[in-house]
Design a protein around this ligand. Sequence first.
Ligand SMILES: C[S@@+](CC[C@H](N)C(=O)[O-])C[C@H]1O[C@@H](n2cnc3c(N)ncnc32)[C@H](O)[C@@H]1O
Length: 157
Amino acid sequence: MSRLDSVIRRLTAQRDCLGWAVDHAPEGQFLDIGLGNGRTYHHLSEIAPERDIWSIDRAMKAHPSSIPPKELYLEGEAVAMIEDLAERVGQTISLAHYDLGIGVPEKDRPLADAVGNVLHNILAPGALIVTNAKFEGFEMLPTPDGVPEGRYFIQRA
Ligand SMILES: C[S@@+](CC[C@H](N)C(=O)[O-])C[C@H]1O[C@@H](n2cnc3c(N)ncnc32)[C@H](O)[C@@H]1O
């Protein structure tokens, strides 16, 4: 499979998993970990306009159409920013999307594990996480039809 086909499959899986999770998330706020260009943040804002959506990145590089409000954006390293968010909002996040890493599982594992460890401090009971890596200590849920096995994950706190 070409890398172009592969990225199309990954982004389709990401969109379909986020859509399912938005429909099934309990009450609460959302969090996008890895704002980047802001595509997933923008998508979440469109499909869940009634939710507050926090976002985190170590540097602002979002497209002008996808810049979150200042008060819901945390700039810095993901683990430290999640710890900061825990102090601000406690366990009120009902959907967290994790989109960090370079796509090389053995290199991405330590960061995913470190983020997984602190995520529990902000997640509401029954919160959903949508991720590009399996997280330890969360219940694995089935992904929507058509999402290739292992491409994207939905887990419950
Ligand atoms: C794949 S991009 C996210 C793409 C984004 N979800 C979108 O749809 O446009 C990953 C982003 O995570 C940020 N990032 C990577 N490692 C990080 C870390 N340890 N802490 C905070 N941000 C990080 C990078 O700066 C980059 O902008």
